[in-house]
Design a protein. Structure first.
Length: 177
């Protein structure tokens, strides 16, 4: 790779690594796997950098590669038998109000656990549409499907998310009392 290409890829990777990692975490629910997915995505982009840097939307291309990498990872047989262990606690934000921080952390955790119970397609649509703030057309392009599919998956995903959040919230209230 030429020196100019190396530098432009480095700038892209530095500028987008955190966003790709967050998106990967929202899809898979594991920070370690998210880091692996982000790195694999960047390696795939690096290998074809001379061709892809000319694209008008490199960010959407990166999301597409990340989504395909995650779906490929989910299809691997060893992932099916593996059960996730205990979650590592979040780092405490000492600047936030403790009461508000507790409430925010509880809601964030509840939504994230509910998101992990959705099927991969619905989860991917919800992450792309509502966490990455993509339009229906952009999400369809990233997922390589029709806009109608994105809309229907988003509607079904939101309905399923409401049901799961209600169930998990009721379970936690029952345990707390």
């Amino acid at each position: 790779m030429r020196t100019g290409d190396e530098e432009s890829f480095r700038q892209f990777a530095v500028g987008h690594a955190a966003t790709l990692r967050r998106t990967a975490f929202l899809m898979c629910g594991d920070w370690h796997l998210a880091e692996d997915l982000m790195q694999t995505t960047l390696v795939k982009i690096y290998r074809s950098w001379s061709r892809v840097q000319k694209r008008e939307s490199l960010t959407n291309y990166a999301r597409t590669v990340l989504l395909r990498t995650w779906l490929d990872e989910k299809r691997r047989p060893f992932r099916r038998s593996e059960l996730p262990g205990v979650d590592v606690p979040e780092v405490v934000d000492t600047q936030a109000d403790p009461a508000a921080g507790t409430s925010r952390a509880w809601a964030k955790d509840l939504v994230h656990r509910a998101l992990l119970e959705l099927p991969p397609g619905q989860r991917a649509v919800l992450v792309l549409r509502y966490f990455d703030d993509l339009s229906v057309a952009e999400a369809a392009k990233v997922m390589r499907c029709s806009e109608g599919t994105v809309k229907s998956q988003a509607a079904r995903g939101l309905d399923a998310l409401r049901v799961v959040v209600a169930r998990l919230g009721a379970d936690e209230r029952r345990v707390a009392s």
